[in-house]
Design a protein around this ligand. Structure first.
Ligand code: DGL
Length: 278
């Protein structure tokens, strides 16, 4: 009986999601769409963004602090929404946790390996994600013979944050970044950074309709759904009053604007916290 109550308490706990800033909201958006009943606590490290150009050891240290904070919020599972933090920190922090944790890299890589027809896959992401080669490693675990080509596109993040999604400047930048991938004959391209799904139509236009674009945010939400079912952690009960809670490490104004822009429901208040105290 006691155990039964404990389990139902766990089911009602929120999912913890974190990212270096606003970009992880693309993952939150997919979770809201795929499993709308799940409460979410989100942390965006807006004071220390970008993660994409930082070292592995720094990203691991930041991720540990954020996980300590999320645990104070009683989360039942954690999603690392940031590709760079998934690539650098997931394996390290997973060993230290007694709740499920997933990143965005493995779900994206698995789907890319499944959908490619010619075994040539492109990955775009931050310098950190591409340098880690994790997408390549996971694809090679599944199909060692596949060719994986990586390209970092650092200017995409600020362009998305300016909301210049279909702007001629963005199109020009994207054409330059994607030229080599276009010529390489890939038939699948992983949008391996939180911000890039918002550039889907620009990237799609340049790569052409024969190239399948993989959105790791979408695949991660699906993986989270089956993980919660497997662990008997899927939400059950009345909708809680504070279903979505957002926290950031810098002034919340810009974050809130971005959230209003991309989330289906973003009326929750965003609070600023001192992440270095965790
Ligand atoms: N969230 C990061 C990622 O997906 C992109 C922004 C950054 O560099 O921090 O890799």
């Amino acid at each position: 009986m006691e155990e039964c109550r404990n389990q139902s308490g766990k089911r009602q706990a929120p999912i913890g999601v974190f990212d270096s800033g606003v970009g992880g909201l693309t993952v939150v958006r997919e979770i809201m769409r795929q499993i709308p009943e799940e409460p979410i606590v989100y942390f965006g490290d807006t004071a220390r963004v970008p993660y994409g150009s930082k070292s592995r050891s720094t990203i691991i240290r930041y991720s540990r602090q954020i996980i300590r904070f999320l645990r104070t919020q009683g989360v039942k599972a954690i999603v690392i929404a940031c590709n760079t933090a998934s690539a650098y920190a997931l394996d390290e922090v997973r060993k230290e946790l007694d709740i499920p944790i997933i990143g965005v890299v493995r779900p994206g890589a698995k789907v890319a390996a499944k959908v490619t027809q010619n075994g040539k896959i492109g990955v775009i992401g931050t310098e950190g994600t591409i340098h880690s080669r994790l997408y390549t490693e996971i694809i090679h675990e599944i199909r060692p013979e596949y060719e994986v080509l990586g390209r970092s596109c650092p200017l995409f993040v600020p362009l998305v944050e300016e909301q210049w999604l279909k702007d001629p400047v963005t199109e020009e930048v994207a054409s330059r970044y994607l030229k080599e991938l276009q010529d390489s004959g890939i038939d699948t391209l992983i949008l391996g950074c939180t911000h890039y799904p918002l550039l889907r139509s620009t990237v799609g236009k340049i790569m052409g309709e024969k190239v399948t674009l993989v959105n790791p945010a979408y695949e991660t939400a699906l993986e989270l759904k089956s993980l919660l079912q497997k662990e008997d952690l899927s939400y059950e009960g009345e909708e809680p009053a504070d279903k979505y809670r957002f926290f950031v490490s810098d002034d919340p104004t810009k974050f809130q604007k971005f959230a209003e822009w991309i989330l289906p429901c973003s009326d929750a208040e965003t609070k600023q916290i001192r992440i270095d105290e965790y």
